[in-house]
Ligand binder design. Sequence first.
Ligand code: GLY
Length: 299
Amino acid sequence: MIRIIGTWKMCREGLAEAYAMLQQGASAGDAAVHAVTRVEDDPAFLSVGYGGLPDAEGRVLLDAGYMDGDSLRLGGVMSAEGIRNPVRAARLLCGRETDCLLAGRGAERFALENGLEMRDMRTPRCMDRWRQAVAEKAARRSAYTGHDTVCVLALDQGGHMVSATSTSGLFMKAPGRVGDTPLPGSGYYCDSRYGAAAATGLGEDIMRGCLSYETVSLMKRGASPLDACREALSSFTASKRGLGEDAGSISLIALSPDGAFGAATTLPVFPFSVDGALYAADPEGGVRPAADAEIEGVD
Ligand code: GLY
């Protein structure tokens, strides 16, 4: 069995290519990193990689994470500037005994020393958007549009699973702000025995629930990926409501070792891709194949 799933419409083309790679015997890691780098390299996607959303000072500071489900090893970079493909740095860091999560200059130096390509990640388009926000004194929460992180979960022919994530984080974030995306358990988790999960949405919420670990933990206790996503999300949003807070913007995806998949969301519609085909989740717990036209405007 092979399978590869990813968040949002933006990763669909890369996932279709990655699925073909898996069919030809590629590893889950190679396939997942291929799908994520396709999004990182495309300036059309404003919330990931090249042309990502700038912070309050107009710098594009990127976060990425990677976890290997056989070894439970992980890597991540955060608040890193000028690394063309942060997910590649995260993957290289995965496997280290120590120092596997690196921030800022440490992450940048690691990428340079390991031969990763460096580039100015700003584009005229993302900087126009930043200048406009500065001019309008936009509050960062009101500038958040709900679709941000590319998350990919892959299962290869050998039963090996990985999770990989990448984002520029919140638009107009405070310099140095880190969200859930590079943090294991929050933005991603993977255990090849039980499954993989990843999250997209407001990192400050996702971290409070450790939602990716929670989802895999539910699968470990026997839940299907769909039920695990639904249960992890609904129990967290119930906790928030108990605190007098609204549900916020959170979506989850999960994949089990037998190739079954699931998703859950608080959004009116959450597009995701399975082997390159488009699906949509809704806040009532539904998951179904979707047509492009239904989710126009939601990357
Ligand atoms: N989920 C991405 C972030 O909050 O940075």
